[in-house]
Design a protein around this ligand. Structure first.
Ligand code: CP
Length: 315
């Protein structure tokens, strides 16, 4: 299979990807992991290629793992933050992107608070565009790293029960994971209080419930989600204490799940809101494995969009 299997210069979402494309990305990421275990973490695969990391929203994991992936693949990185740039003088997004395009980057990685911005740039720019999170819409590389982590721990995606619990309404991670997990044959349940459960979400092919214990009992994977207060215009639950009592995951509550169920969280965690430290730091948690896999997945994305042939482990 060649890079043409991705059928695009861009990765703007999971929704358009086929099972073969998802498998190619995951298999490539799997083989990229060994680079991070070498004494010298660098291969010349993307030497001479330039990637612009364009972040209009805060990020720790996504931004630093893209930068790490670029460095390990020997690409040149330019890092752009809206703060301190001419955006502060009123320059538009498209003008900003066109000016960066004039410096001939091969790929632009963008995070933005408005849904659809990566798609807009992909239509206007010659460079490839990778969506690093657009509002509450999609976060494709997060879903890929989640899938890689599940596959490593449980051996497969097909037939698994995955329960996603928390602020479903504002989560781009949920949307990308639903597309990916459904495409790969997993069964997805979303669970939240009624105010955080979008109406008609079942139309995406998932089960929806407000009963946390029911969502826990059947799950092979429990994915806890951050309460995204910054995207909530008004208070959607009575108090943090009340929220944690009904929808927070602690060790006592986790005892109701299957013994080998794994616990995930995309980060950043709100400890004591959606997850307790006795779970987050336990052997059931794969949260830091998710972060490590983030580098491998982003290497795979960069490589397949820019490299042009399947990775076979060459130096
Ligand atoms: N999971 C995730 O997107 O984390 P950051 O916001 O830190 O990038």
């Amino acid at each position: 299979m060649t890079v043409a299997a991705l059928r695009s210069k861009d990765l703007v979402g999971i929704e358009p990807l086929t099972p073969d494309e998802i498998t190619l990305l995951l298999d490539t990421a799997e083989s990229m992991r060994s680079i991070g275990q070498r004494p010298i973490k660098k291969v010349p695969a993307l030497r001479g290629r330039m990637v612009v990391n364009l972040f209009f929203e805060a990020s720790t994991r996504t931004r630093f793992s893209f930068e790490t992936a670029e460095k390990w693949l020997s690409a040149d990185s330019l890092n752009f933050s809206a703060k301190g740039s001419s955006v502060e003088k009123g320059e538009s997004l498209l003008d900003t992107a066109r000016n960066l395009q004039a410096m001939s980057p091969d790929l632009i990685v963008i995070r933005h608070s408005s849904p659809g911005v990566p798609h807009f740039l992909a239509r206007h720019l010659k460079a490839g565009v990778v969506n690093a999170g657009d509002g509450a819409h999609e976060h494709p590389t997060q879903a890929l790293l989640d899938a890689l982590t599940i596959r490593q721990r449980l051996g497969r995606l097909e037939g698994l029960n995955v329960s996603m619990v928390g602020d479903i309404a504002h989560s781009r991670v949920v949307r990308s994971n639903i597309w990916l997990l459904k495409t790969m044959g997993a069964k997805v349940t979303v669970c939240a209080p009624p105010t955080l459960l979008p109406p008609r979400i079942e139309e995406m092919g998932v089960a929806a419930t407000t009963d946390f214990d029911a969502a826990l009992e059947s799950a092979d994977v429990v994915m806890m989600l951050r309460m995204q207060l910054e995207r909530q215009g008004k208070s959607l639950f009575p108090s943090v204490r009340e929220y944690f009592r009904h929808y927070g995951l602690d060790a006592k509550r986790l005892a109701r799940a299957k013994k080998d169920a794994i616990v995930m969280h995309p980060g950043p965690m709100n400890r004591g809101v959606e997850i307790a430290s006795d779970v987050a730091d336990s052997g059931r948690s794969v949260i830091l494995e998710q972060v490590a896999n983030g580098v491998a997945v982003r290497m795979a994305v960069l490589y397949l969009l820019l490299g042009g042939h399947p990775w076979e482990g060459e130096a």
